[in-house]
Design a protein around this ligand. Structure first.
Ligand SMILES: Nc1nc2c(c(=O)[nH]1)N[C@H]1C(S)=C(S)[C@@H](COP(=O)(O)OP(=O)(O)OC[C@H]3O[C@@H](n4cnc5c(N)ncnc54)[C@H](O)[C@@H]3O)O[C@H]1N2
Ligand code: MOO
Length: 395
């Protein structure tokens, strides 16, 4: 049973977890933000025919002389069966097929037209200029996109140019959130004495949406042992990844850990040498992963950024989700009084990380302006102004 592990050990354990990712065929128009789960191979040559890159005149470079007889007009969308003879040119427009017998296009700004003749200076012409050759973008059978690529608007344009209507992508996990606590009230309702508004639920839902999770199921449960066990059992039936908030510490009404174990969830680790978020529990039941996040809102968000977000990104198909942080000089001296890794809400100002006031784990105020979290390692008690510190952005 791993207990009270370091931040790096917790990440190492999470990185090495087998995720049971599923894939599906997704219509092109519904694939934005997903990740490809197999390489995409071009089914055709693009362009599929030689075509003009300019509005101008097409002719054969091998013909000598500075004039040609214009015999035809070729519009974009025309069929590709025009044939030019020696000494002839075709009026042509951008995207129109270059006729057989032609290999060069001169833009119209460089020519003079007299009657049915087109004149130009031979020295301005190079063979093949302004002709976009068939297969110049990609050829049939070529890999145009590797597996684990993010589908962006640009990707969608690329795949549409290949006539691809659907692609294989990773399926995001179905995520459940169980909110524990008798004191939690939904916004829109008046607060009675001792009650607080549910901040963790909306924050987690928003974060999951940002990560492209479409299937989010929210459960609420009172701090009552049999109820917590029942709701965990129900949620585990329905989701791939289960997040809980609250009830994971040592109080008399903290039932989450025993209830998870009772439901067959195996502990991967419990408690991390960090602040906030010390009582974090991570476990798994077969293919399902469970995070029991400590209830304090700053602990929930901090643990989410550090552990849940990279795991979900990996599950979504993003490679290198557990990438290293970026580094910024800290704007002021920072002193730390506990041998724990601190995650501190910070704002980036003039290239420096400024630690915000209000770092207590109940306090959501700094989240209003923070750009991300700064990490102060377990073994440091003092960080001098200007020293580089690891920084993690929210996304
Ligand atoms: N004797 C000890 N007490 C505590 C310890 C400890 O080691 N020994 N650890 C503290 C730390 S650190 C944390 S973090 C919390 C974690 O507690 P739980 O995970 O059991 O969470 P709760 O007690 O249920 O709630 C904590 C706090 O968060 C508020 N909360 C809960 N849910 C929501 C929500 N949906 N929206 C907004 N706020 C929420 C709740 O009202 C509590 O104030 O334990 C410490 N105690
Ligand atoms: O670890 Mo708790 O999250 O400090 O309040």
């Amino acid at each position: 049973m791993l207990e009270f592990v370091s931040v790096s050990k917790a990440k190492e354990l999470l990185k090495s977890l087998d995720l049971f990712q599923k894939t599906e065929q997704s219509p092109l128009g519904k694939s934005l933000g997903k990740y490809t789960s197999s390489p995409i191979i071009s089914p055709m040559n693009v362009p599929s025919f030689d075509n003009s890159g300019m509005d101008g005149y097409a002719f054969s470079f091998a013909d000598s002389g500075e004039s040609r007889t214009v015999v035809d007009v070729i519009q974009a969308g025309s069929a590709t069966d025009f044939q030019l003879k020696a000494g002839e040119a075709a009026r042509i427009f951008t995207g129109a097929p270059v006729p057989k017998g032609a290999d060069t296009v001169i833009q119209q700004e460089w020519v003079t037209i007299v009657g049915d003749k087109v004149f130009f200076e031979q020295e301005r012409v190079t063979k093949g200029m302004n002709v976009r050759e068939a297969g110049a973008q990609c050829q049939v059978g070529e890999v145009v996109l590797p597996s684990h690529s993010l589908v962006t608007p640009g990707t969608i344009g690329l795949l549409a140019s290949l006539g691809i209507q659907e692609l294989e992508v990773f399926v995001s996990p179905k995520v459940g959130i169980i909110l524990t606590g008798d004191e939690i009230i939904e916004i829109g309702n008046p607060l009675a004495s001792g009650q607080i508004y549910n901040a963790n639920g909306p924050a987690l839902r928003a974060y999951l949406q940002l990560l492209g999770i479409e299937n989010i199921q929210i459960f609420k449960v009172k701090d009552e042992a049999t109820e917590v066990t029942r709701v965990i059992g129900e949620a585990l039936e329905r989701v791939d990844l289960l997040l809980l908030t609250g009830g994971i510490s040592v109080g008399d009404f903290d039932f989450v850990k025993p209830s998870l174990l009772e439901n067959g969830v195996e502990q991967i680790f419990y408690k991390v040498k960090q602040r906030p978020g010390k009582p974090l529990f991570v476990g798994r039941k077969k293919e399902k992963i469970v995070f029991a996040l400590p209830g304090n809102p700053a602990s929930v968000l901090s643990c989410f950024v550090q552990y849940v977000k990279p795991l979900i990104q990996e599950w979504n198909g993003k490679s290198n989700s557990w990438n290293a942080p970026t580094y910024y000089p800290i704007s002021k001296d920072f002193k730390k009084n506990a041998p724990l890794t601190f995650f501190l809400k910070a704002k980036l100002e003039s290239g420096k990380a400024e630690i915000l006031p209000g770092q207590e784990s109940f306090n959501l105020l700094p989240f209003g302006v923070a750009d991300g979290l700064v990490e102060i390692p377990e073994d440091l008690s003092h960080v001098e102004e200007g020293s580089l510190v690891a920084y993690y952005s929210w996304i």
